[in-house]
Each structure stands twice: as C-alpha cells, then as structure tokens.
Design a protein around this ligand. Structure first.
Ligand code: PMV
Length: 330
C-alpha cells in the first residue's frame, strides 16, 4: 500500500496592536520593527495536508472561495521549504477552510500560513519547537509567525532568519480583552500586504515611525502589565493610525479604507466620548477591529447592529495558537 502522511491543524488569525509594516529583508520577511498581537478565537483556518506518492503534483483547494494561481504558488513554495527540511519528495494535497472571507483585511494569511506550516510539518514527520515553527512560518507570511504562539504574542524583528521569530508574552487567559471585528464590505483589497510592505520605504514618515517604536513597545508592555485598558486602547488606536499614515503617504498611495470604515472610525470616537470605552485598529483592508472589555459588549453590539453598512460582526477573545485537531477535511 502507498505510504500516506496526513495531519490537520486549526489556527487563529491575529490582530496586531503594534503593527508590522515594512521589511528589512523582503525575501526572508524580516520586519523593520517588533510587533505585538493577540490571537482571535473566532477567526480561524483549518487545513489538512497529505503527502503521498500517489499525488503526481501539489494541489491546493480553499473550500468556499476561489484561489488564484499566485496564491497556489505561494502555498507550493512553502511546501517545498518543508519538504526540504523533512527530506521527503512526495507531492501534497492541501485543503483549507476559513470561517471568514479572505483578503478583506482580516488577516487570512496569518491563520492560513500558520495552519499550513504546522499541518505540513506534522504530516511530514517534522517535530519542531514553537520557535523553529514560527521562523519557518514567517518565511511564508510575516504576521502568520505570531499565530503559532499562544495568547498575546511578540514577534522579535531580529536581523536574520535565526533571530526573527515570535513567542508568547502572556497566555490567553491573562486579560479578557475583546476584539469585535466589524465587516463593512466584502470587497477584496486591491494591493496585497506583501506589495504594501515593499512600498513603506517610499513614505517620508516611515523613518519617524521607526524612531518612536522602541518606546511605544515598552509603553504597551507596561499597559499590559498594569492591565490598564484605557492606556492600552489609546495606544493601539494611535498606532493603527500611525501605520495607516505611512500607507497613505506611500508612492503610490495605499488607502485601504472605504466610506464604511471611515464612518465607523468616527462613530467609535464619538461613542467613547459618551462613555462607551471602545477603540479601533485596522489592518490592510476596510474592516475594523474594535477593542473593548466584556462589560461594554452588549451596548456595543446593539449599536453596531443598528448600522445599515455593517455586514457582519465577529466577537473574539484571546485564544491559543496553532494546534493539531483530529478531524481531517478529506
Ligand atoms: O503578514 P502580512 O504580510 O499579511 O502583513 C501584515 C500587516 C498588518 O496586518 C497590516 C500588520 C500586522 O502586524 O499584522
């Protein structure tokens, strides 16, 4: 009988409070600065990988969504990295499912490539530490290296392949921060984050942003230590705007927001003035992540549901990183 090697993993997307934007090394995906994130409990990818001598070539299928040739190539190149490490030559069948729409700024690459990396490594019999797994994942997608570790995570920028990896700062039960994701449109983004990172250096503000980064990271860690939600929220919202200032002032300019995004950003700031403690953060897309505490959830979701342009709300808590599950997709 043909030898079959198969594994399935589930992995969360993550939201960065301190963002990664711009790289020191494009190919190895070494970022300009450290970043800090939280894994999201209700936005995830499940991936099954099977290597087999029966497969004449690699295949990748994303249930419910079409996949471009470019996206397939990125998956197959990552399989090559893993095959090389494991010393196997078999081709693979990869099937994934996202419980959310991809390419709208919900970080499908973070959940997708972390699930792929762990599933492919386990299927290939590669037993790596979390640190090594994070480094390997980083080569396929930067933000994905943060989804490997549990809870609240820091990605140490480092300078080369060996020193650039993510690790857990706090476990998922350390602080019950909620991230309410608001989908304002299902439009796909026009410029991928991979291309966007390369444009960061064309902004006159990137240098200034990086100069202040060390202090910002130190401050965020202190807010975590003190569980100071107001200071944490203020800093996170300012940091998102800071990154978007670099995006907007790049050449060509990257403006990911839609009218729905902007409407909601303004509403969030108004609600806050009226005593509802909510802050926003946004990635490369139009959808908004609202950071809040449990006591504000009911009031917030009631308000969001009354808005016509809100298509969907996904409530997230901090959660574990990438993990193996027993139920295969095929
Ligand atoms: O890992 P990428 O290439 O999808 O880039 C992620 C960029 C941001 O989401 C905007 C910031 C971040 O740190 O997640």
């Amino acid at each position: 009988m043909a030898k079959k090697l198969k594994a399935t993993c589930q992995s969360p997307a993550n939201i960065a409070f301190i963002k990664y934007w711009g790289k020191k090394n494009e190919k190895l995906r070494i970022p300009q600065n450290n970043s800090i994130s939280m894994n999201l409990s209700n936005i995830y990818t499940i991936t099954t990988v099977e290597f087999s001598e029966d497969y004449p070539k690699d295949s990748f299928e994303l249930r419910n969504e079409p996949v471009s040739e470019k996206e397939k190539k990125r998956v197959f190149e990552h399989l090559d990295r893993i095959r090389k490490k494991a010393g196997i030559a078999y081709k693979a069948r990869v099937v994934s499912i996202n419980n959310f729409p991809k390419s709208t700024g919900l970080s499908s690459s973070s959940s997708g490539f972390s699930a792929l990396t762990l599933a492919a490594c386990l299927a290939a019999g590669l037993n790596l530490s979390k640190r090594e797994m994070s480094k390997l994942t980083r080569q396929a997608s930067g933000s994905a290296c943060r989804s490997i570790a549990d809870g609240f995570v820091e990605w140490q920028a480092g300078n080369n392949d060996k020193t650039s990896y993510a690790y857990s700062l706090f476990s998922s039960d350390y602080w019950k921060i909620y991230d309410v994701v608001v989908i304002v449109s299902k439009e796909k983004k026009q410029v991928s984050s991979t291309r966007g990172h390369a444009l960061a250096k064309t902004s006159p503000f990137l240098k200034k942003r990086l100069e202040k980064m060390e202090k910002k990271i130190k401050d965020l860690k202190n807010h975590f230590k003190n569980r100071d939600f107001s200071a944490f929220g203020e800093l996170s919202e300012k940091e998102a705007l800071n990154m978007h200032a670099v995006m907007i002032t790049s050449s060509p300019s990257l403006l990911y927001w839609t009218t729905g995004t902007l409407n909601l950003m303004k509403l969030i700031q108004q609600w806050r003035k009226k005593g509802l403690e909510v802050y926003f953060t946004i990635n490369t897309g139009q959808d908004i992540h609202i950071l809040t505490l449990e006591k504000n959830l009911k009031r917030l979701t009631r308000k969001l549901k009354s808005l016509k342009f809100v298509k969907k709300i996904i409530v997230n808590k901090p959660t574990l990183g990438t993990r193996e599950i027993k139920k295969h997709l095929f």
